[in-house]
Design a protein around this ligand. Structure first.
Ligand code: NAD
Ligand code: GLY
Length: 356
């Protein structure tokens, strides 16, 4: 097992990475927990909930299971309320510990429920998608979507621990692996050009879920994310670089309707667009733009932006948490492995949005 530590004002906690962590999950349950609530979705429940519930029952504490509907379109108030209803029906107290077993959707909704229930109860992240293992389970961003914008209602709320078992990725559909690889290669683009090059040479191994390649990719991604989040928990500065490709990506997700493109697919395409904008605004070398486009295509994500219409693109991107006033701010690359946030005038972005 390998441990990465996150140290934020909102909490210090370990990320445990290792095959078999699912079976060891009970070690992260605090002794003073009065009950454990396993929050998952219909798909993951069928695969892993019985096994995880049995592991958690070894703590001797009562375990309640809550099964949400599966999909980005259910990252809503209704799912959040489904959790609150179940907790209140059982009159669970503030020593309850929630366990988020699932991808980024379950993790974000369960984390937000933990932040709100009785003004905050503890929770553990058990990410089961590659995307959640390299990104969403770490750093304490929790949220639901609003029809007008992605992740617009939420809280910064850190988990007690993150338990990553790469073995669970074996049941993940290939399309979801590609989506997770988008957030993985992102770390190379924004913070580690050697890791980017490593990803270029290990695409086939990663897509085939080779054990060594996946372990290295998850570990390096968690190390970079933990470092950035530990420097800036609430995104008042450097944490914004983790949003590389997301300004365009979030617009794709809400513009097409949540769930049409996977989050990772939208981010993959968004990173190609942000690389192109980096070339136009900061002079990022054309060969780097082409390497980024080639890597995003190689991991199996789209590189061609959908036609949302220029005005809709801009309207959607104006609803972004990085913005100040009405200026849209983008994460751009001055060079491979380094990212900065820049406000860019709409006139400079419009040609890119109309496919020029
Ligand atoms: P997801 O949670 O929808 O999971 C993808 C699909 O895989 C779902 O159908 C799910 O049921 C299924 N699944 C999960 N684990 C499985 C397994 N082991 N075997 C088989 N199927 C499995 O999507 P995601 O890509 O994990 O997460 C995307 C979400 O994460 C978005 O809502 C995004 O906004 C959010 N996100 C949050 C952060 C953050 O910092 N909090 C960062 C990145 C993304
Ligand atoms: N995924 C972006 C962040 O955690 O800040």
């Amino acid at each position: 097992m390998f441990t990465v530590r996150v140290e934020t004002p909102g909490g210090h906690y370990p990320i445990h990475i290792g095959a078999g962590r699912l079976a060891a999950l009970v070690q992260s349950v605090p002794a003073d927990a009065t009950s454990i609530v396993l929050v998952t979705n219909t798909t993951i429940a069928a695969l892993y909930a019985d096994r995880v519930e049995t592991v958690l029952q070894a703590s001797g504490k009562p375990v309640l299971r809550i099964v949400l509907p599966d999909g980005e379109q259910y990252k809503t108030w209704d799912s959040l309320n489904q959790i609150f209803d179940a907790l209140l029906e059982q009159a669970l107290d503030r020593h309850t510990v929630l366990v988020a077993l699932g991808g980024g959707v379950v993790g974000d909704v369960c984390g937000f429920a933990a932040a709100c229930y009785m003004r905050g109860v503890r929770f553990i992240q058990v990410p089961t998608t590659l995307l959640a293992q390299v990104d969403s389970s770490v750093g304490g961003k929790t949220a639901i979507n609003h029809p007008r914008g992605k992740n617009m209602i939420g809280a910064f709320y850190q988990p007690l621990a993150v338990e990553i078992d790469p073995d669970v990725l074996k049941t993940l559909p290939a399309r979801e692996i590609s989506a997770g690889l988008a957030e993985t290669v992102k770390y190379g683009m924004i913070a580690d050009d050697d890791f980017f090059t490593w990803c270029e040479t290990h695409v086939a191994a990663l897509r085939a879920l080779d054990d060594d390649a996946v372990r290295h990719a998850v570990r390096r991604s968690c190390e970079i994310k933990a470092r950035v989040v530990s420097q800036d928990e609430r995104e008042s500065g450097v944490r914004a670089i983790l949003n590389f490709g997301h300004t365009f990506g979030h617009a794709i997700e809400s513009g097409l309707g949540f769930g049409r493109w996977l989050h990772g697919e939208a981010v993959g395409c968004g990173m190609v667009m942000a690389a192109e904008l980096s070339h136009r605004v900061l002079g990022l070398d054309r060969t780097i733009v082409e390497r980024i486009r080639a890597l995003v295509a190689a991991i199996g994500c789209p590189v061609q932006a959908p036609d949302l219409g220029v005005q809709q693109w801009l309207d959607l991107m104006r609803v972004d948490k990085k913005n100040q006033g009405h200026q849209i701010r983008y994460v751009l690359l001055p060079e491979l492995g380094r990212a900065e946030v820049h406000a860019v005038a709409d006139e400079r972005v419009q040609p890119l949005l109309s496919g020029q």
